[in-house]
Design a protein around this ligand. Structure first.
Ligand SMILES: [Zn+2]
Ligand SMILES: [Zn+2]
Length: 439
């Protein structure tokens, strides 16, 4: 070790001391905690109201109106109608500082609620030509209410708050209806980050996989990229009694389904990144004694790395085409162009905000999660700016999260204490980032 000259020691010591002293917070922690507490009851009430009045993707008319009314009542600059029903508001703090974005999604799912609550949803809507029940089975009602509460809390701290906050209330996270576009990618295309360019974006999701009181995160790739695909197998129709007079696309499709099972299990290095390849539907034929001329399969695959995604596309195409070719049929593989990218948590940002999450949740209550094979269109924001996305547990204490009905289940249940933690987490992350603490 190199010895410092004697005169340098005090200066070096001073530098160490200065670095260890956090920047003096303009908004002290007790004020932040008090602001969170003051919106708590309202957040619960808003969430129950949204829960009772869920709306499908790109149809969040009532929800976005309630959101916009609230944001206007806070005196914020509000824009509506972005990506159909999106609402964006800007809060300018009383002091100079960075710009951040906080995002919530607003849409519900075509699921008929089976949870017995006083504010249970009995809403219905038309979806793909059918009448369906509508339910906030993914908990986006909670996200919307939490961000409304965070907006109110930040407005109450505005005078001493450095920087600017862009509140993003996003429609259609679950996917736009057939033939429509929507969600995060459309908000970005319509100029979301031209309203104010954030240097970091934050979002959360309530989840059944964690008990209430717990926050889950993962640095780097976190939630999967999701792709839809279709495979059309073309054979030649014949009588079921004389299969040799045709080319049977049902047998070929069966072989393709089995052949594709070896892509993840035999052909990918799953020690680096996991992957999932599923067939969700097979359609072909009409009658017991007619071999049809074609079969259509559709499915999804989930990846955590662009190179693995490309490998799956190439291997799936090769497998389907070559198996079909071996039987004298043809197979056409198509990958839909509406894929969700990987949700990547910026490692430096994640590291920086962890102490905040640990402070609001309490010691030992912030857990590193495994890869999540579900997808989130929050990923698109992360492609533009460093992002942090985390889960807030909502499975009641004493219930095993592995046994709890998952998000999207008609039995999905949210312990409302998760709302309070969600507010404190998002608010804490926002305030700490803006004023440069912790470092
Ligand atoms: Zn969902
Ligand atoms: Zn969701």
């Amino acid at each position: 070790m190199q010895r410092l000259p004697a005169f340098a020691a005090p200066a070096a010591l001073l530098a160490v001391l200065l670095a260890a002293t956090p920047a003096r917070a303009a908004v002290p922690e007790p004020a932040v905690d008090a602001a969170a507490r003051s919106v708590n009851a309202q957040v619960v009430a808003w969430r129950r109201d949204f829960h009772q009045h869920p709306e499908l993707s790109n149809r969040e008319f009532r929800t976005s109106q309630k959101v916009a009314e609230h944001l206007k009542s806070l005196g914020l600059e509000v824009r509506t109608g972005i990506a159909h029903t999106g609402v964006v508001a800007i809060l300018r703090g009383g002091r100079p500082g960075p710009t951040i974005a906080l995002r919530a999604d607003m849409d519900a799912l075509p699921v008929t609620e089976q949870v017995d609550l006083p504010f249970k949803s009995v809403a219905t809507a038309e979806y793909r030509g059918e009448k369906v029940g509508v339910m906030h089975a993914c908990g986006h009602d909670a996200h919307t209410a939490i961000l409304m509460g965070v907006a109110e809390a930040l407005v109450s701290l505005r005078k001493d708050l450095p920087g600017t906050v862009l509140f993003v209330f996003q429609p259609a996270e679950e996917g736009a209806p057939d033939g429509e576009r929507g969600g995060a990618s459309l908000m970005l295309e319509e100029g979301l980050f031209e309203i104010a360019k954030p240097e970091a974006v934050f979002g959360l999701h309530v989840g059944s996989a964690l008990n209430a009181g717990t926050i889950g995160y993962r640095s780097g790739p976190f939630m999967a990229a999701s792709d839809r695909y279709s495979i059309n197998v073309q054979g030649r129709q014949s009588h079921g009694a004389w299969p040799w007079k045709g080319v049977d696309p049902i047998v070929v499709s069966s072989q393709i389904v089995l052949g594709m099972q070896t892509i993840v299990s035999r052909q990918l290095d799953i020690t680096r990144y996991p992957a999932v390849l599923s067939v969700g539907a097979i359609k072909g034929g009409i009658r017991n004694n007619i071999i049809p001329d074609k079969v259509e399969m559709v499915g999804t695959f989930r990846t955590f790395d662009p190179a693995v995604r490309q490998q799956i596309i190439e291997r799936m195409t090769r497998t389907a085409e070559d198996i079909a070719h071996a039987s004298g049929a043809t197979a056409k593989v198509e990958i839909a162009d509406d894929n969700n990218p990987v949700v990547v948590n910026d490692p430096a940002l994640t590291q920086r905000m962890l102490p905040t999450l640990e402070r609001v949740a309490g010691a030992g209550r912030v857990v590193e999660m495994p890869y999540v094979t579900g997808a989130e269109d929050f990923a698109f924001y992360g492609q533009n700016v460093p992002a942090l996305f985390f889960f807030v547990g909502v499975t009641p204490a004493g219930v095993d999260p592995a046994q709890a009905p998952s998000n999207h289940s008609p039995l999905f249940y949210l312990d409302e204490s998760g709302l309070d933690l969600g507010v404190r987490a998002l608010l804490g992350v926002a305030v700490d980032y803006l004023q440069g603490t912790p470092r």
